[in-house]
Design a protein around this ligand. Sequence first.
Ligand code: UGB
Length: 583
Amino acid sequence: MLVEMRQSHLFHHWSQPGSDDDQDKRGFFDQVYKLDTSYPGGLASYIQNARRLLADSKEGKNPFHGFTPSIPSGEILTFGDENFVNFEEAGVKEVRNAAFVLVAGGLGERLGYNGIKLALPSETTTGTCFLQHYIESILVLQEASCRLAQGQCEAQIPLVIMTSDDTNAPTLDLLESNAYFGMKPNQVKLLKQEKVACLDDNDARLAVDPVNKYRIQTKPHGHGDVHSLLYSSGLLKTLKDAGLKWVLFLQDTNGLLFKAIPSALGVSCTKEYHVNSLAVPRKAKEAIGGITKLTHADGRTMVINVEYNQLDPLLRATGHPEGDVNSETGYSPFPGNINQLILNLGPYIEELTRTQGAIPEFVNPKYKDSSKTSFKSSTRLECMMQDYPKSLSPSARVGFTVMDAWLAYAPVKNNPEDAAKVPKGNPYHSATSGEMFIYRANSLILKKAGVKVADPVTATFNGQQVEVWPRITWKPKWAMTFAEVRHKVSGNCSISQSSTMVINGRNVFVEDVSLDGALILNAVEDAEVKVVGPVHNQGWVLEQVDHKDTSIPEEIRIRGFHINKVEQLELNYNEPGKFSNSS
Ligand code: UGB
Protein backbone atom coordinates (compact mmCIF):
# COMPACT_ATOMS: atom_id res chain seq x y z
CA MET A 1 0.00 0.00 0.00
CA LEU A 2 2.78 2.43 0.90
CA VAL A 3 4.47 1.85 -2.45
CA GLU A 4 1.17 2.25 -4.30
CA MET A 5 0.49 5.47 -2.41
CA ARG A 6 3.85 6.94 -3.61
CA GLN A 7 5.61 6.46 -0.26
CA SER A 8 8.63 4.43 -1.49
CA HIS A 9 11.00 7.08 -0.14
CA LEU A 10 10.34 5.60 3.32
CA PHE A 11 12.48 2.58 2.30
CA HIS A 12 15.23 4.28 0.30
CA HIS A 13 17.67 4.55 3.18
CA TRP A 14 17.05 1.01 4.47
CA SER A 15 20.07 -1.29 4.84
CA GLN A 16 20.38 -4.43 2.73
CA PRO A 17 18.23 -7.38 3.81
CA GLY A 18 20.01 -9.55 6.35
CA SER A 19 21.99 -6.81 8.02
CA ASP A 20 21.54 -6.20 11.74
CA ASP A 21 18.58 -3.85 11.74
CA ASP A 22 15.73 -6.39 11.62
CA GLN A 23 14.34 -5.14 14.91
CA ASP A 24 14.07 -1.64 13.52
CA LYS A 25 12.40 -2.88 10.35
CA ARG A 26 9.84 -4.88 12.34
CA GLY A 27 9.29 -1.83 14.52
CA PHE A 28 8.57 0.17 11.37
CA PHE A 29 5.81 -2.20 10.30
CA ASP A 30 4.39 -2.32 13.82
CA GLN A 31 4.12 1.44 13.64
CA VAL A 32 2.55 1.36 10.17
CA TYR A 33 0.03 -1.20 11.44
CA LYS A 34 -0.88 1.10 14.32
CA LEU A 35 -1.21 4.16 12.06
CA ASP A 36 -3.35 2.12 9.68
CA THR A 37 -5.73 0.70 12.28
CA SER A 38 -6.19 3.83 14.36
CA TYR A 39 -7.46 6.04 11.52
CA PRO A 40 -10.96 5.65 10.04
CA GLY A 41 -10.40 4.09 6.60
CA GLY A 42 -6.73 3.37 7.31
CA LEU A 43 -3.46 5.02 6.33
CA ALA A 44 -4.33 5.07 2.60
CA SER A 45 -7.39 7.11 3.46
CA TYR A 46 -5.26 9.44 5.60
CA ILE A 47 -2.89 10.06 2.69
CA GLN A 48 -5.79 10.71 0.28
CA ASN A 49 -7.45 13.12 2.70
CA ALA A 50 -4.11 14.86 3.22
CA ARG A 51 -3.59 15.34 -0.53
CA ARG A 52 -7.04 16.84 -0.90
CA LEU A 53 -6.69 19.21 2.07
CA LEU A 54 -3.14 20.21 1.11
CA ALA A 55 -4.32 21.03 -2.43
CA ASP A 56 -7.17 23.14 -0.99
CA SER A 57 -4.73 24.91 1.31
CA LYS A 58 -2.30 25.62 -1.55
CA GLU A 59 -5.13 27.08 -3.61
CA GLY A 60 -6.09 29.21 -0.63
CA LYS A 61 -9.60 27.72 -0.68
CA ASN A 62 -11.80 29.28 1.95
CA PRO A 63 -13.44 26.53 4.08
CA PHE A 64 -16.43 28.83 4.48
CA HIS A 65 -16.81 29.61 0.80
CA GLY A 66 -20.48 30.28 -0.02
CA PHE A 67 -21.47 30.60 3.66
CA THR A 68 -22.77 33.75 5.29
CA PRO A 69 -22.39 34.07 9.05
CA SER A 70 -25.18 35.34 11.27
CA ILE A 71 -25.93 35.45 14.98
CA PRO A 72 -27.49 32.16 16.10
CA SER A 73 -30.28 31.91 18.63
CA GLY A 74 -29.99 29.62 21.63
CA GLU A 75 -31.06 29.24 25.23
CA ILE A 76 -29.73 32.07 27.40
CA LEU A 77 -29.70 31.24 31.10
CA THR A 78 -29.48 33.67 33.98
CA PHE A 79 -27.98 32.17 37.10
CA GLY A 80 -30.37 31.78 39.98
CA ASP A 81 -33.67 32.71 38.33
CA GLU A 82 -36.62 30.33 38.28
CA ASN A 83 -35.87 29.07 34.79
CA PHE A 84 -32.27 28.28 35.76
CA VAL A 85 -33.31 26.49 38.94
CA ASN A 86 -35.88 24.42 37.01
CA PHE A 87 -33.29 23.39 34.40
CA GLU A 88 -30.85 22.47 37.20
CA GLU A 89 -33.45 20.23 38.79
CA ALA A 90 -34.26 18.57 35.46
CA GLY A 91 -30.53 18.07 34.78
CA VAL A 92 -29.80 16.46 38.14
CA LYS A 93 -32.71 14.10 37.63
CA GLU A 94 -31.44 13.12 34.17
CA VAL A 95 -27.74 12.76 34.94
CA ARG A 96 -28.00 9.12 35.97
CA ASN A 97 -28.60 8.44 32.26
CA ALA A 98 -25.37 10.15 31.24
CA ALA A 99 -21.72 9.26 30.73
CA PHE A 100 -18.92 11.82 31.08
CA VAL A 101 -16.03 11.97 28.63
CA LEU A 102 -13.00 13.97 29.67
CA VAL A 103 -10.60 14.93 26.88
CA ALA A 104 -7.19 15.00 28.48
CA GLY A 105 -4.70 14.06 25.80
CA GLY A 106 -3.20 17.55 25.56
CA LEU A 107 0.04 18.18 27.37
CA GLY A 108 -0.57 21.87 27.80
CA GLU A 109 2.60 23.17 26.16
CA ARG A 110 1.03 26.65 26.16
CA LEU A 111 0.70 26.52 29.94
CA GLY A 112 4.35 25.64 30.39
CA TYR A 113 3.53 23.18 33.18
CA ASN A 114 5.47 19.94 33.20
CA GLY A 115 2.90 17.63 34.74
CA ILE A 116 -0.50 16.61 33.40
CA LYS A 117 -3.06 19.37 33.72
CA LEU A 118 -5.56 17.09 35.50
CA ALA A 119 -3.13 16.89 38.43
CA LEU A 120 -2.90 20.67 38.76
CA PRO A 121 -4.70 22.18 41.77
CA SER A 122 -7.82 23.97 40.56
CA GLU A 123 -7.34 26.31 43.54
CA THR A 124 -4.66 26.40 46.21
CA THR A 125 -6.87 27.10 49.24
CA THR A 126 -7.63 23.36 49.43
CA GLY A 127 -5.18 22.14 46.75
CA THR A 128 -7.88 19.98 45.13
CA CYS A 129 -6.70 18.94 41.67
CA PHE A 130 -8.95 19.14 38.61
CA LEU A 131 -9.45 15.39 38.34
CA GLN A 132 -10.46 15.06 41.99
CA HIS A 133 -12.92 17.92 41.63
CA TYR A 134 -14.46 16.39 38.50
CA ILE A 135 -14.79 12.91 40.00
CA GLU A 136 -16.25 14.14 43.27
CA SER A 137 -18.76 16.23 41.33
CA ILE A 138 -19.83 13.24 39.22
CA LEU A 139 -20.24 11.07 42.33
CA VAL A 140 -22.40 13.66 44.04
CA LEU A 141 -24.55 14.06 40.93
CA GLN A 142 -24.87 10.29 40.68
CA GLU A 143 -26.15 10.04 44.22
CA ALA A 144 -28.49 13.02 43.90
CA SER A 145 -29.93 11.70 40.66
CA CYS A 146 -30.53 8.26 42.12
CA ARG A 147 -32.30 9.82 45.08
CA LEU A 148 -34.74 11.46 42.66
CA ALA A 149 -35.37 8.24 40.73
CA GLN A 150 -38.63 6.43 41.19
CA GLY A 151 -37.81 3.02 42.63
CA GLN A 152 -34.42 1.43 42.97
CA CYS A 153 -31.45 3.07 41.31
CA GLU A 154 -27.91 1.78 41.34
CA ALA A 155 -26.57 3.96 38.55
CA GLN A 156 -22.81 4.30 38.32
CA ILE A 157 -22.10 7.14 35.96
CA PRO A 158 -19.24 6.12 33.65
CA LEU A 159 -16.24 8.40 33.25
CA VAL A 160 -14.19 7.98 30.08
CA ILE A 161 -10.85 9.78 29.93
CA MET A 162 -9.18 10.28 26.57
CA THR A 163 -5.42 10.27 27.10
CA SER A 164 -2.44 10.28 24.76
CA ASP A 165 1.08 8.84 24.91
CA ASP A 166 2.01 11.99 26.82
CA THR A 167 -0.71 11.74 29.45
CA ASN A 168 -1.82 8.10 29.74
CA ALA A 169 0.65 6.77 32.33
CA PRO A 170 0.56 9.85 34.62
CA THR A 171 -3.26 9.91 34.45
CA LEU A 172 -3.48 6.27 35.49
CA ASP A 173 -0.93 6.89 38.19
CA LEU A 174 -2.90 9.87 39.53
CA LEU A 175 -6.04 7.72 39.70
CA GLU A 176 -4.37 4.69 41.25
CA SER A 177 -2.39 6.58 43.85
CA ASN A 178 -5.59 8.32 45.01
CA ALA A 179 -7.93 5.31 45.03
CA TYR A 180 -9.72 6.78 41.99
CA PHE A 181 -10.83 9.68 44.22
CA GLY A 182 -13.69 7.54 45.47
CA MET A 183 -14.95 6.25 42.13
CA LYS A 184 -15.11 2.51 41.45
CA PRO A 185 -12.11 1.66 39.23
CA ASN A 186 -14.41 -0.10 36.77
CA GLN A 187 -16.42 3.13 36.40
CA VAL A 188 -13.40 4.78 34.79
CA LYS A 189 -12.19 3.88 31.33
CA LEU A 190 -9.06 5.31 29.73
CA LEU A 191 -8.96 5.54 25.93
CA LYS A 192 -5.61 6.48 24.47
CA GLN A 193 -5.51 8.50 21.26
CA GLU A 194 -2.72 7.78 18.79
CA LYS A 195 -0.73 10.34 16.88
CA VAL A 196 -0.95 10.64 13.10
CA ALA A 197 1.75 10.61 10.43
CA CYS A 198 3.52 13.85 9.57
CA LEU A 199 3.59 15.09 5.99
CA ASP A 200 6.61 16.56 4.23
CA ASP A 201 5.09 18.09 1.11
CA ASN A 202 1.95 18.83 -0.88
CA ASP A 203 1.95 15.27 -2.27
CA ALA A 204 1.54 14.04 1.32
CA ARG A 205 4.89 12.24 1.44
CA LEU A 206 5.05 10.79 4.93
CA ALA A 207 7.90 12.29 6.95
CA VAL A 208 10.76 10.11 8.16
CA ASP A 209 11.35 10.57 11.88
CA PRO A 210 14.47 12.76 12.26
CA VAL A 211 15.70 10.66 15.21
CA ASN A 212 14.98 7.15 13.91
CA LYS A 213 15.09 6.56 10.16
CA TYR A 214 12.99 3.38 10.60
CA ARG A 215 10.05 5.33 11.92
CA ILE A 216 7.52 7.74 10.46
CA GLN A 217 7.41 11.05 12.28
CA THR A 218 4.09 11.55 14.14
CA LYS A 219 2.24 14.41 15.83
CA PRO A 220 -1.10 14.76 17.68
CA HIS A 221 -4.25 14.75 15.57
CA GLY A 222 -6.29 16.88 18.00
CA HIS A 223 -9.20 16.47 20.40
CA GLY A 224 -11.58 15.51 17.55
CA ASP A 225 -10.15 11.98 17.93
CA VAL A 226 -12.46 11.50 20.86
CA HIS A 227 -15.40 10.72 18.57
CA SER A 228 -13.64 8.07 16.47
CA LEU A 229 -12.14 6.47 19.59
CA LEU A 230 -15.48 6.25 21.37
CA TYR A 231 -16.93 4.68 18.25
CA SER A 232 -14.14 2.29 17.22
CA SER A 233 -13.57 1.03 20.79
CA GLY A 234 -17.19 -0.13 20.91
CA LEU A 235 -17.66 1.91 24.05
CA LEU A 236 -20.53 3.98 22.71
CA LYS A 237 -22.44 0.83 21.96
CA THR A 238 -21.77 -0.48 25.47
CA LEU A 239 -23.11 2.78 26.92
CA LYS A 240 -26.19 2.61 24.71
CA ASP A 241 -26.81 -1.03 25.63
CA ALA A 242 -26.60 0.00 29.29
CA GLY A 243 -29.57 2.28 28.63
CA LEU A 244 -27.71 5.60 28.76
CA LYS A 245 -28.99 8.63 26.82
CA TRP A 246 -26.37 11.35 27.07
CA VAL A 247 -22.64 11.88 26.59
CA LEU A 248 -21.18 14.98 28.25
CA PHE A 249 -17.72 16.15 27.20
CA LEU A 250 -15.41 17.85 29.68
CA GLN A 251 -12.18 19.82 29.20
CA ASP A 252 -9.12 19.14 31.33
CA THR A 253 -8.94 22.47 33.20
CA ASN A 254 -12.17 24.29 33.87
CA GLY A 255 -12.80 24.55 37.60
CA LEU A 256 -16.29 25.97 37.03
CA LEU A 257 -17.81 23.61 34.53
CA PHE A 258 -19.78 21.55 37.04
CA LYS A 259 -21.63 24.68 38.06
CA ALA A 260 -23.03 24.75 34.53
CA ILE A 261 -23.58 21.06 33.87
CA PRO A 262 -26.85 20.42 35.73
CA SER A 263 -28.72 23.29 34.06
CA ALA A 264 -27.19 22.61 30.63
CA LEU A 265 -28.21 18.96 30.77
CA GLY A 266 -31.64 20.16 31.87
CA VAL A 267 -31.80 22.24 28.68
CA SER A 268 -30.70 19.25 26.54
CA CYS A 269 -33.35 16.92 27.87
CA THR A 270 -36.15 19.49 28.00
CA LYS A 271 -35.49 20.70 24.45
CA GLU A 272 -34.50 17.24 23.21
CA TYR A 273 -31.33 18.60 21.65
CA HIS A 274 -29.14 16.16 19.74
CA VAL A 275 -26.21 18.53 20.25
CA ASN A 276 -25.99 21.20 22.92
CA SER A 277 -22.81 23.31 23.14
CA LEU A 278 -22.17 25.34 26.23
CA ALA A 279 -21.20 28.88 25.50
CA VAL A 280 -20.36 32.07 27.37
CA PRO A 281 -20.46 35.71 26.32
CA ARG A 282 -17.21 36.27 24.47
CA LYS A 283 -15.11 39.39 24.06
CA ALA A 284 -14.44 40.17 20.39
CA LYS A 285 -11.13 38.56 19.32
CA GLU A 286 -10.92 36.56 22.58
CA ALA A 287 -8.98 33.36 21.85
CA ILE A 288 -11.97 31.02 21.91
CA GLY A 289 -14.16 30.03 18.99
CA GLY A 290 -17.50 31.76 18.33
CA ILE A 291 -20.77 29.86 17.87
CA THR A 292 -22.08 31.00 14.52
CA LYS A 293 -25.00 30.28 12.26
CA LEU A 294 -23.73 29.62 8.73
CA THR A 295 -26.12 29.81 5.80
CA HIS A 296 -24.93 28.56 2.43
CA ALA A 297 -25.97 30.11 -0.86
CA ASP A 298 -27.67 26.77 -1.63
CA GLY A 299 -29.86 27.10 1.48
CA ARG A 300 -27.98 24.74 3.84
CA THR A 301 -27.58 26.05 7.38
CA MET A 302 -25.62 24.90 10.41
CA VAL A 303 -24.84 26.19 13.88
CA ILE A 304 -21.15 25.58 14.43
CA ASN A 305 -18.05 26.82 16.19
CA VAL A 306 -15.89 29.08 14.04
CA GLU A 307 -12.38 29.38 15.50
CA TYR A 308 -11.46 32.89 16.58
CA ASN A 309 -8.77 33.29 13.91
CA GLN A 310 -11.34 32.45 11.18
CA LEU A 311 -14.32 34.39 12.51
CA ASP A 312 -12.86 37.85 11.98
CA PRO A 313 -11.81 37.26 8.32
CA LEU A 314 -15.12 35.51 7.59
CA LEU A 315 -17.10 38.50 8.86
CA ARG A 316 -14.94 40.96 6.91
CA ALA A 317 -15.40 38.92 3.73
CA THR A 318 -19.18 38.83 4.08
CA GLY A 319 -20.16 42.44 4.42
CA HIS A 320 -19.01 43.28 7.95
CA PRO A 321 -15.93 45.45 7.27
CA GLU A 322 -15.37 46.01 10.97
CA GLY A 323 -14.94 42.23 11.57
CA ASP A 324 -15.38 40.68 14.99
CA VAL A 325 -16.22 43.60 17.30
CA ASN A 326 -18.06 43.99 20.58
CA SER A 327 -21.69 45.07 20.38
CA GLU A 328 -23.27 47.60 22.76
CA THR A 329 -23.35 44.81 25.39
CA GLY A 330 -19.54 44.97 25.54
CA TYR A 331 -19.32 41.44 24.08
CA SER A 332 -19.10 39.94 20.61
CA PRO A 333 -22.58 38.93 19.37
CA PHE A 334 -21.12 35.46 18.70
CA PRO A 335 -21.16 33.46 21.95
CA GLY A 336 -17.86 31.83 22.95
CA ASN A 337 -17.57 28.07 22.55
CA ILE A 338 -16.18 26.44 25.68
CA ASN A 339 -16.13 23.00 24.11
CA GLN A 340 -18.46 21.56 26.65
CA LEU A 341 -20.72 19.45 24.45
CA ILE A 342 -23.75 17.43 25.44
CA LEU A 343 -24.71 14.83 22.84
CA ASN A 344 -27.78 12.68 22.69
CA LEU A 345 -26.37 9.16 22.50
CA GLY A 346 -28.90 7.63 20.06
CA PRO A 347 -28.45 10.11 17.18
CA TYR A 348 -24.72 10.32 18.04
CA ILE A 349 -24.17 6.61 17.42
CA GLU A 350 -26.27 6.72 14.25
CA GLU A 351 -24.15 9.54 12.88
CA LEU A 352 -20.82 7.93 13.78
CA THR A 353 -21.95 4.64 12.26
CA ARG A 354 -22.63 6.56 9.05
CA THR A 355 -19.25 8.35 9.09
CA GLN A 356 -17.33 5.44 10.69
CA GLY A 357 -16.25 7.86 13.38
CA ALA A 358 -14.51 10.28 11.00
CA ILE A 359 -14.60 13.98 11.91
CA PRO A 360 -13.94 16.82 9.45
CA GLU A 361 -10.21 17.60 9.38
CA PHE A 362 -8.02 20.53 8.45
CA VAL A 363 -4.35 21.11 7.72
CA ASN A 364 -2.27 24.10 8.67
CA PRO A 365 1.12 23.93 6.89
CA LYS A 366 3.68 26.64 7.50
CA TYR A 367 4.94 27.37 3.96
CA LYS A 368 8.52 28.45 3.24
CA ASP A 369 7.38 31.11 0.75
CA SER A 370 4.43 32.37 -1.25
CA SER A 371 4.87 29.67 -3.91
CA LYS A 372 3.43 27.33 -1.26
CA THR A 373 5.49 24.45 -2.63
CA SER A 374 7.49 23.54 0.47
CA PHE A 375 6.97 23.61 4.22
CA LYS A 376 9.17 25.08 6.97
CA SER A 377 8.60 21.87 8.95
CA SER A 378 6.44 18.80 8.54
CA THR A 379 2.70 19.18 9.05
CA ARG A 380 -0.21 16.79 9.73
CA LEU A 381 -3.99 16.62 9.57
CA GLU A 382 -5.84 17.83 12.64
CA CYS A 383 -9.39 17.65 13.91
CA MET A 384 -11.48 19.32 16.63
CA MET A 385 -14.22 17.76 18.74
CA GLN A 386 -16.58 20.72 18.20
CA ASP A 387 -16.61 20.09 14.44
CA TYR A 388 -18.78 17.01 14.99
CA PRO A 389 -22.05 18.82 14.00
CA LYS A 390 -20.59 19.81 10.60
CA SER A 391 -21.64 16.56 8.96
CA LEU A 392 -25.11 16.37 10.55
CA SER A 393 -28.24 16.59 8.43
CA PRO A 394 -30.22 19.85 8.68
CA SER A 395 -32.96 18.01 10.60
CA ALA A 396 -30.60 17.39 13.56
CA ARG A 397 -31.55 19.36 16.66
CA VAL A 398 -28.41 21.43 17.24
CA GLY A 399 -28.62 24.05 19.95
CA PHE A 400 -26.49 25.89 22.43
CA THR A 401 -26.83 27.25 25.93
CA VAL A 402 -25.26 30.52 26.99
CA MET A 403 -24.27 30.83 30.65
CA ASP A 404 -22.75 33.70 32.54
CA ALA A 405 -18.98 33.48 31.98
CA TRP A 406 -18.31 33.99 35.70
CA LEU A 407 -20.33 30.85 36.41
CA ALA A 408 -19.12 28.47 33.74
CA TYR A 409 -15.68 29.20 32.37
CA ALA A 410 -12.29 29.38 34.06
CA PRO A 411 -9.79 27.57 31.82
CA VAL A 412 -6.09 27.26 32.64
CA LYS A 413 -4.22 27.34 29.34
CA ASN A 414 -1.71 30.19 29.13
CA ASN A 415 1.69 30.57 30.77
CA PRO A 416 2.37 33.72 32.82
CA GLU A 417 4.28 35.55 30.06
CA ASP A 418 1.61 34.97 27.41
CA ALA A 419 -1.21 35.71 29.84
CA ALA A 420 0.36 39.05 30.76
CA LYS A 421 0.22 39.98 27.05
CA VAL A 422 -3.54 39.34 26.68
CA PRO A 423 -5.30 42.59 25.65
CA LYS A 424 -6.66 44.50 28.64
CA GLY A 425 -10.19 43.50 29.52
CA ASN A 426 -9.94 40.02 27.93
CA PRO A 427 -9.63 37.00 30.23
CA TYR A 428 -6.10 35.66 30.80
CA HIS A 429 -6.99 31.94 30.77
CA SER A 430 -4.08 31.37 33.15
CA ALA A 431 -3.55 29.52 36.43
CA THR A 432 -3.90 32.91 38.16
CA SER A 433 -7.25 33.81 36.58
CA GLY A 434 -8.49 30.20 36.76
CA GLU A 435 -8.14 30.21 40.55
CA MET A 436 -9.45 33.74 41.04
CA PHE A 437 -12.51 32.93 38.92
CA ILE A 438 -13.40 30.05 41.25
CA TYR A 439 -13.41 32.43 44.25
CA ARG A 440 -15.39 35.00 42.28
CA ALA A 441 -18.02 32.44 41.25
CA ASN A 442 -18.44 31.08 44.78
CA SER A 443 -18.65 34.61 46.17
CA LEU A 444 -21.29 35.63 43.62
CA ILE A 445 -23.32 32.47 44.25
CA LEU A 446 -23.35 33.10 48.01
CA LYS A 447 -24.24 36.73 47.36
CA LYS A 448 -27.21 35.63 45.28
CA ALA A 449 -28.18 33.35 48.18
CA GLY A 450 -28.31 36.38 50.48
CA VAL A 451 -24.83 36.46 52.04
CA LYS A 452 -23.23 39.91 52.29
CA VAL A 453 -19.96 39.21 50.50
CA ALA A 454 -17.52 42.12 50.41
CA ASP A 455 -16.49 43.57 47.06
CA PRO A 456 -13.20 42.39 45.58
CA VAL A 457 -9.92 44.29 45.55
CA THR A 458 -7.64 44.47 42.53
CA ALA A 459 -4.20 42.91 42.66
CA THR A 460 -1.50 42.05 40.14
CA PHE A 461 0.08 38.58 40.08
CA ASN A 462 2.57 37.54 37.38
CA GLY A 463 1.80 40.77 35.52
CA GLN A 464 -1.96 40.05 35.41
CA GLN A 465 -4.42 42.38 37.05
CA VAL A 466 -7.18 40.34 38.69
CA GLU A 467 -10.10 40.81 41.07
CA VAL A 468 -9.46 39.14 44.41
CA TRP A 469 -12.67 38.01 46.09
CA PRO A 470 -12.85 36.21 49.43
CA ARG A 471 -11.36 32.73 49.02
CA ILE A 472 -14.55 30.70 49.36
CA THR A 473 -14.57 27.04 48.38
CA TRP A 474 -16.85 24.13 49.05
CA LYS A 475 -16.82 20.44 48.24
CA PRO A 476 -19.36 19.25 45.66
CA LYS A 477 -21.11 17.24 48.40
CA TRP A 478 -22.04 20.50 50.15
CA ALA A 479 -23.87 21.90 47.13
CA MET A 480 -24.01 21.22 43.39
CA THR A 481 -27.02 23.40 42.58
CA PHE A 482 -28.23 26.83 43.55
CA ALA A 483 -31.24 25.33 45.33
CA GLU A 484 -28.84 23.42 47.62
CA VAL A 485 -26.79 26.53 48.39
CA ARG A 486 -29.98 28.41 49.29
CA HIS A 487 -31.03 25.55 51.53
CA LYS A 488 -27.74 25.59 53.45
CA VAL A 489 -27.24 29.30 53.97
CA SER A 490 -29.61 31.38 56.08
CA GLY A 491 -29.93 34.30 58.45
CA ASN A 492 -27.73 37.31 58.34
CA CYS A 493 -24.32 36.20 57.01
CA SER A 494 -21.39 38.32 55.93
CA ILE A 495 -17.87 37.60 54.65
CA SER A 496 -15.09 40.19 54.45
CA GLN A 497 -12.85 40.51 51.40
CA SER A 498 -9.73 39.14 53.11
CA SER A 499 -11.55 36.03 54.36
CA THR A 500 -11.20 32.37 53.51
CA MET A 501 -13.98 29.83 53.95
CA VAL A 502 -13.68 26.10 53.22
CA ILE A 503 -16.76 23.90 53.58
CA ASN A 504 -15.95 20.20 53.59
CA GLY A 505 -19.10 18.47 54.78
CA ARG A 506 -22.48 17.55 53.40
CA ASN A 507 -24.75 18.75 56.18
CA VAL A 508 -23.13 22.01 57.12
CA PHE A 509 -25.64 24.82 57.62
CA VAL A 510 -24.25 28.34 57.67
CA GLU A 511 -26.46 30.62 59.77
CA ASP A 512 -25.81 34.18 60.90
CA VAL A 513 -22.07 33.84 60.40
CA SER A 514 -20.03 36.99 60.13
CA LEU A 515 -16.58 36.02 58.93
CA ASP A 516 -13.45 38.12 58.96
CA GLY A 517 -10.53 35.70 58.80
CA ALA A 518 -10.30 32.01 57.91
CA LEU A 519 -12.95 29.41 58.73
CA ILE A 520 -12.39 25.75 57.88
CA LEU A 521 -15.34 23.42 58.35
CA ASN A 522 -14.87 19.65 58.21
CA ALA A 523 -17.75 17.31 58.96
CA VAL A 524 -18.27 13.58 58.34
CA GLU A 525 -21.30 12.38 56.39
CA ASP A 526 -23.71 11.94 59.30
CA ALA A 527 -22.73 15.03 61.25
CA GLU A 528 -25.32 17.79 60.92
CA VAL A 529 -23.59 21.00 61.81
CA LYS A 530 -25.03 24.45 62.38
CA VAL A 531 -22.37 27.17 62.14
CA VAL A 532 -23.25 30.50 63.71
CA GLY A 533 -21.78 33.65 65.14
CA PRO A 534 -18.86 35.94 64.45
CA VAL A 535 -15.51 34.47 63.43
CA HIS A 536 -12.54 36.77 63.57
CA ASN A 537 -8.86 35.88 63.17
CA GLN A 538 -5.80 36.88 61.16
CA GLY A 539 -6.80 34.53 58.38
CA TRP A 540 -4.90 33.31 55.31
CA VAL A 541 -2.94 35.86 53.34
CA LEU A 542 -2.06 35.88 49.63
CA GLU A 543 1.63 36.62 49.09
CA GLN A 544 3.27 37.45 45.77
CA VAL A 545 5.70 34.97 44.23
CA ASP A 546 7.65 35.37 41.02
CA HIS A 547 6.95 32.80 38.31
CA LYS A 548 10.65 32.77 37.45
CA ASP A 549 11.66 31.71 40.99
CA THR A 550 12.45 28.02 40.46
CA SER A 551 12.84 27.37 44.19
CA ILE A 552 9.03 27.50 44.38
CA PRO A 553 6.96 24.53 43.12
CA GLU A 554 5.81 25.02 39.57
CA GLU A 555 2.08 24.68 40.34
CA ILE A 556 2.40 27.61 42.75
CA ARG A 557 4.65 29.93 40.82
CA ILE A 558 2.52 29.79 37.65
CA ARG A 559 -0.16 31.55 39.76
CA GLY A 560 2.08 34.32 41.02
CA PHE A 561 0.96 33.96 44.64
CA HIS A 562 1.04 31.55 47.51
CA ILE A 563 -1.20 31.35 50.55
CA ASN A 564 0.32 32.09 53.95
CA LYS A 565 -1.94 30.30 56.45
CA VAL A 566 -1.45 32.69 59.38
CA GLU A 567 -4.46 31.86 61.55
CA GLN A 568 -7.81 30.08 61.20
CA LEU A 569 -10.74 28.66 63.09
CA GLU A 570 -10.89 25.00 62.16
CA LEU A 571 -14.00 23.09 63.21
CA ASN A 572 -13.90 19.30 62.87
CA TYR A 573 -16.93 17.09 63.38
CA ASN A 574 -15.78 13.49 63.18
CA GLU A 575 -18.77 11.71 64.74
CA PRO A 576 -22.37 11.37 63.59
CA GLY A 577 -24.85 13.60 65.40
CA LYS A 578 -26.24 17.11 65.54
CA PHE A 579 -23.85 19.91 66.42
CA SER A 580 -23.52 23.65 66.63
CA ASN A 581 -20.30 25.59 67.13
CA SER A 582 -22.13 27.79 69.65
CA SER A 583 -22.86 24.93 72.08
N1 UGB B 1 -6.83 17.61 23.87
C1 UGB B 1 -6.78 16.26 23.67
O1 UGB B 1 -7.37 15.47 24.42
N2 UGB B 1 -6.05 15.79 22.62
C2 UGB B 1 -5.40 16.61 21.75
O2 UGB B 1 -4.77 16.11 20.81
C3 UGB B 1 -5.47 18.00 21.97
C4 UGB B 1 -6.20 18.47 23.04
P1 UGB B 1 -6.80 22.98 24.31
P2 UGB B 1 -7.87 24.41 22.04
O3 UGB B 1 -12.58 25.77 25.59
O4 UGB B 1 -11.22 27.35 25.81
C5 UGB B 1 -10.45 24.61 22.24
O5 UGB B 1 -5.47 22.90 23.65
O6 UGB B 1 -8.01 23.22 21.16
C6 UGB B 1 -7.67 18.11 24.97
C7 UGB B 1 -11.45 25.07 21.19
O7 UGB B 1 -10.92 24.75 19.91
O8 UGB B 1 -6.88 23.40 25.73
O9 UGB B 1 -6.81 25.38 21.73
C8 UGB B 1 -6.92 18.92 25.98
O10 UGB B 1 -6.31 18.08 26.95
C9 UGB B 1 -11.79 26.54 21.31
O11 UGB B 1 -12.83 26.88 20.41
O12 UGB B 1 -7.81 23.96 23.56
O13 UGB B 1 -9.21 25.24 22.04
C10 UGB B 1 -8.02 19.83 26.53
O14 UGB B 1 -8.75 19.19 27.54
C11 UGB B 1 -12.22 26.88 22.73
O15 UGB B 1 -13.48 26.33 22.94
C12 UGB B 1 -8.94 20.02 25.33
O16 UGB B 1 -8.65 18.97 24.42
C13 UGB B 1 -11.22 26.34 23.74
O17 UGB B 1 -10.93 24.94 23.53
C14 UGB B 1 -8.80 21.38 24.63
O18 UGB B 1 -7.47 21.57 24.19
C15 UGB B 1 -11.73 26.50 25.14
